[in-house]
Design a protein around this ligand. Structure first.
Ligand SMILES: [Zn+2]
Length: 160
């Protein structure tokens, strides 16, 4: 649709409307929901189904037991049930095997190994009462700071 340049706004609108009405094709094409969605985000690629390997002990006594139990309990797919149960067991055993790695030592531990190093004291060290400020705090205890100016600490010494 060619756009006409005109200084008169009313004429311009009129011409545009005329052109619109003369066009037989729809100006706006409505999209279906699916088309619109596919425009927003591409459709996800379907993942390839991985068929798990059969368990190592397939057909063993245990497998047969699980299989018979599945049949008894009317499982829709007893073979699949037995397979997955056995696979789960094998995986659990694998994890358990990798977990326990306790090392047994039969030699006697040395003194330094048994006695843990004393933890360093945290916080401020309080000097002995004789070296401390003579002021008494609100809780009735002696001030815990060192005396700087005579008998008192910097906080409790009287200012000039
Ligand atoms: Zn003080």
């Amino acid at each position: 649709m060619p756009l006409q340049i005109c200084t008169n706004y009313k004429v311009l609108v009129k011409n545009q409307l005329k052109l619109l009405s003369s066009e037989k094709d729809l100006v706006f094409q409505r999209l279906s929901c699916e088309q619109a969605r596919s425009r927003i985000r591409p459709l996800p690629i379907p993942k390839a189904k991985i068929t798990p390997l059969p368990p190592n002990e397939k057909g063993s006594e245990l497998w047969e037991k699980i299989y018979q139990n599945a049949i008894k309990s009317n499982h829709p797919n007893p073979e699949l049930m037995a397979d997955s149960a056995l696979r789960a067991r094998e995986r659990a055993l694998e994890i358990e095997k990798a977990r326990h790695l306790t090392q047994y030592i039969d030699k006697e531990p040395k003194h330094m190994e048994t006695a843990a190093a004393p933890a360093p004291k945290k916080g401020r060290t309080v000097p002995p009462p004789g070296l401390r400020c003579k002021a008494t705090k609100m809780d009735g205890k002696q001030c815990e700071f060192k005396c700087k100016n005579g008998d008192f600490c910097t906080k409790h010494s009287l200012k000039n």
